[in-house]
Design a protein around this ligand. Structure first.
Ligand code: GDP
Length: 404
């Protein structure tokens, strides 16, 4: 009925004991399943690829549904990330699926902005989670985790190597998310033997995350094959069945992404990519686990050190500001003194000019007064002479009259 075994624990201090009857903790895995099922799951996929490459069609094909599709043009001024969240249910398992689409990717002249927006988006989701984690009152159990769990990177089956934008974008995202490269609108490598052509692509991708690219075809349309309807794409030269492993790698991609690895991807996002973001962010903020002598450092210690550092920095800034202020005052004082000296000089010069002008005028006045007194004297003399002349002539007249 029940199997009890003595299992040696790796912990040397723990003593192994055999059970003599059923206890019930063997139901823990079931409890875990029940808990997870009742809570539901969430999964976030980021689709990167040019407009019209086939992102929406592949998502519809992968999840056997019709997601909301928005038409977008090749003339977007910048890359926008559009996130749509859907509630899906399969049997009794609920999945909150978020599909994030890169609208306008690779359509701009400045290619750097294309990947920068994506990198920023992924970091923003990590940051939101970190902020929630750092809160005193955390509510992670009902927090909508928007961290990206998987990235489907779509490339066209050109047969050439990857474009430099693809290489740079993948390099930037390599440490932030699990990337699955999807060569869309392409038959499986085996069926058409283009592996030799795609060797360059393959090698480049292997350098990143070690996955082989998936050569897939997406379609939600059904075509009758034999006596059943299958998802397929009809070409003038024949029919490509989406779920036929001899035709394309769609089934492999679905297995890898959904059936086998979905939980692993969720876990990797948390334990690898988010952990790296969190570590870098906390280190950037000055937190660390050990001191230079490898002794553990408590949060309290770090806080105290940071506070001291902050107070020290504050004092340094205050001193710097004070010095700057004193310097400015000195400069202003010197400036004012210079201006005062200049004004004084101007004043002295004006005073001198004024005195010179005054003495010149004084001189002129004196000479005018002299002229006036000479003139008055002359006038008086002339008047005297006139009077004398008049007297003489009137005396002469009187003499004449008397003689007469
Ligand atoms: P998106 O802009 O990247 O979302 O591209 P869509 O999914 O809207 O697809 C653009 C066009 O490509 C549509 O006409 C699709 O039917 C077509 N398409 C999608 N996947 C494939 C494929 O695997 N092979 C071929 N030949 N056409 C495809």
């Amino acid at each position: 009925q029940f199997v009890s075994a003595i299992i040696r624990s790796p912990d040397k201090n723990a003593r192994p004991l055999a059970l003599s009857g059923h206890v019930g903790f063997d139901s823990l895995p079931d409890q875990l399943v029940n808990k997870s099922t009742s809570q539901g799951f969430c999964f976030n996929i980021l689709c990167i690829g040019e407009t019209g490459i086939g992102k929406s069609t592949l998502m519809d094909t992968l999840f056997n549904t019709n997601f909301e599709n928005f038409e977008s043009s090749h003339f977007e001024p910048k890359v926008k990330l559009r996130a749509q969240t859907y509630d899906l249910q399969e049997s009794n398992v609920r999945l909150k699926l978020t599909v994030v689409n890169t609208v306008g990717f690779g359509d701009q002249m400045n290619k750097q902005q294309s990947y920068q927006h994506i990198v920023d988006y992924i970091d923003t989701q990590f940051e939101s989670y970190l902020q929630e984690e750092l809160k005193i009152k955390r509510s992670l159990h009902n927090y909508h985790d928007s961290r990206i769990h998987a990235c489907l990177y779509f490339i066209a089956p050109s047969g050439h190597s990857l474009k430099s934008l693809d290489l740079v974008t993948m390099k930037k995202l390599d440490s932030k998310v699990s990337i699955y490269v999807t060569i869309i609108k392409s038959l499986s490598s085996r069926s058409v033997g283009w592996l030799s052509q795609a060797n360059l692509i393959t090698c480049t991708i292997m350098l990143f995350q070690g996955h082989l690219p998936f050569a897939v075809v997406g379609s939600t349309e059904e075509v009758s094959i034999g006596n059943k309807m299958v998802k397929a794409r009809q070409y003038p030269w024949g029919v490509v069945q989406v779920e036929n492993e001899n035709h394309c790698d769609f089934v492999k991609l679905r297995e890898m992404l959904i059936c086998v690895n979905m939980e692993d991807l969720r876990e990797q996002t948390h334990t690898r990519h988010y952990e790296l973001y969190r570590r870098c962010k906390l280190e950037e903020m000055g937190f660390r686990d050990t001191d230079p002598d490898c002794k553990p450092v408590s949060l309290q210690q770090t806080y105290e050190e940071k506070r001291q550092e902050f107070v020290g920095e504050l004092q340094r800034r205050e001193e710097e500001m004070r010095q700057t202020f004193v310097q400015r005052v000195k400069e202003k004082e010197a400036e004012l003194k210079d201006a005062e000296r200049e004004l004084q000089g101007k004043f002295e010069q004006l005073k001198r000019m004024h005195a010179e002008e005054k003495s010149k005028l004084e001189e002129k006045r004196r000479s005018l007064e002299e002229d006036m007194s000479v003139f008055s004297k002359r006038r008086a003399a002339s008047e005297l002479l006139q009077a004398q002349a008049f007297n003489t002539s009137s005396n002469n007249k009187k003499d004449k009259d008397r003689k007469k």
